[in-house]
Design a protein around this ligand. Structure first.
Ligand code: SF4
Length: 267
């Protein structure tokens, strides 16, 4: 395991990761991947933070103008040299390309630096995110912040987004049509940020990005590629799942170290 400074050790401690156990695993060269560990192949059934909530937390659909109707000339899959993260966010905030616009309170475009080397991508906003318009808030967000801090970065230095920008009702999984309508926004964000690595957080995000139904356990532990840019993609657990299954945190840390090795090799 690479040397860690005091602050990173503190963050790993806050993540609940046993440093000595990690070091012992490294020393013994006994670290395995999810495919060799039955515990890691347990499917995640709901990896977002908020439990299904009553639908009374939603306001009426926004009544803003509709610049992104299907077949509109400014369709969201048209990155160009004039594109900016702010422009993408503005279009997302006004988007009605799928049915989720009708039940959202706020769209959640994503946050972070256009110069980020790391892009973390979750599945979809939960209840807190829907209310605040920000990704990964609440306890899962705090754990993600601790994971990022353990890597020696802050939330402001990375880019955090979701595959789907509006909350599915009762936190259900997004359907393929919603993913297909929304993913071009992610493509534009990716084209602008040009990260050295994408970290997919959770089963649904991983499956949506890789267009697969393989289990998270089978997808972890290797470097995939995403999009026409072939951006390296590493899969790990969703922070909300880690809150429920803290024994998986060490594996998540191993995933982050794999992602860091990708960034380091590209530098
Ligand atoms: S989920 Fe995506 S495609 Fe659907 S309305 Fe929201 S921003 Fe538009």
């Amino acid at each position: 395991m690479p040397d860690l400074d005091h602050r990173q050790l503190e963050m790993l401690d806050k993540m609940g990761i046993d440093i000595w156990r990690l070091r012992q695993r490294d020393d013994d060269a006994a670290d395995d991947d999810a495919t060799a560990d039955p515990a890691a192949t347990v499917a995640e059934t709901d990896d977002r933070a908020a439990a299904p909530a009553a639908d009374d937390d939603r306001a009426a659909a926004p009544t803003v103008a509709e610049p992104n109707a299907p077949n509109a000339p400014n369709a969201p899959n048209t990155p160009n040299t004039l594109d900016t993260l702010d422009k993408v966010a503005m279009e997302i905030n006004q988007c009605r390309r799928c049915q989720l616009h009708a039940t959202r309170i706020k769209a959640v475009p994503g946050v972070g630096s256009v110069q980020a080397q790391w892009m973390f991508i979750g599945e979809a906003p939960g209840q807190n995110e829907d209310q605040q318009g920000l990704p990964f808030v609440g306890r899962a967000g705090q754990l993600l912040d601790a994971m990022i801090a353990a890597l020696g970065m802050t939330r402001e230095q990375v880019f955090i987004a979701n595959v789907i920008k509006c909350r599915p009702p009762a936190n259900r999984d997004p359907v393929p049509e919603e993913i297909a309508e929304c993913e071009p926004y992610l493509h534009r964000q990716l084209a602008l940020v040009k990260p050295k690595v994408i970290v997919a957080l959770g089963r649904v995000s991983a499956q949506a990005l890789l267009k697969t139904s393989e289990s998270l356990g089978h997808l972890r532990g290797k470097v995939h590629q995403y999009g026409s840019s072939n951006t390296p993609l590493v899969i790990t657990y969703h922070p909300a799942y880690l809150l429920r299954s803290p024994s998986q945190k060490a594996k998540s840390w191993a995933d982050l170290l794999l992602a860091r090795s990708v960034v380091d090799s590209a530098s």
